[in-house]
Write a protein that binds this ligand. Structure first.
Ligand code: PNS
Length: 160
């Protein structure tokens, strides 16, 4: 069975992430969407909140499983029998970081490959960071995120 891992902070999951997940689910038998703790970022949502949003947003894709991890990506991938790490690539600006992570992950675990899915043009400009900024400045992000995320973002804004 081919198992792909789509890792990320998913703070929160956007339509851009969902497009990559959906396309990966069409290629691999199973896709793990795993919410990682990223020590370089201060998240808006807790890991359980991010998992809940990812679960609801992917509920219609039968071969997707949502999970979380606060450890090393390659250790997790090995423990879950993952063959391929799948990442979305938006623009040249993503390339340097993604290239560095892919190289390092291969050093750490040569048997796991990293593959990139090029984002659709309409999602080129999308990022979780920009979505949060727009919401907190009073903008409408409903066409960029799944409904559950839009609701959760509004709740966070009202509670802040
Ligand atoms: O959505 P993000 O924040 O761009 O995702 C980054 C993520 C979570 C994929 C990356 O930080 C990661 O792989 N974290 C797991 C910890 C790890 O293995 N770090 C070394 C990567 S070379």
């Amino acid at each position: 069975m081919s198992i792909a891992l789509c890792p990320g902070s998913f703070d929160p999951i956007t339509n851009g992430h969902l497009d990559v997940i959906r396309r990966a689910a069409g290629i691999f038998d199973k896709v793990l969407v795993t919410v990682f703790h990223n020590p370089r970022k201060t998240p808006l949502f807790t890991i359980p909140e991010r998992m809940q949003m990812a679960r609801e947003a992917t509920a219609d894709i039968p071969n997707v499983e949502v999970d979380s991890c606060d450890g090393l990506l390659v250790e997790y991938a090995r423990s879950r029998g993952v063959n391929v790490i799948v990442k979305g690539l938006r623009a040249v600006s993503d390339f340097e970081t993604e290239f560095q992570m892919a190289q390092m992950n291969r050093e750490l675990e040569p048997s796991i490959e990293t593959m990139f899915i090029m984002t659709k043009t309409e999602n080129l400009f999308l990022s979780s960071r920009i979505i949060k900024e727009i919401v907190f400045l009073g903008g409408d992000v409903s066409r960029f995120v799944p409904p559950v995320v839009n609701t959760m973002l509004q709740k966070k804004k009202e509670g802040s």
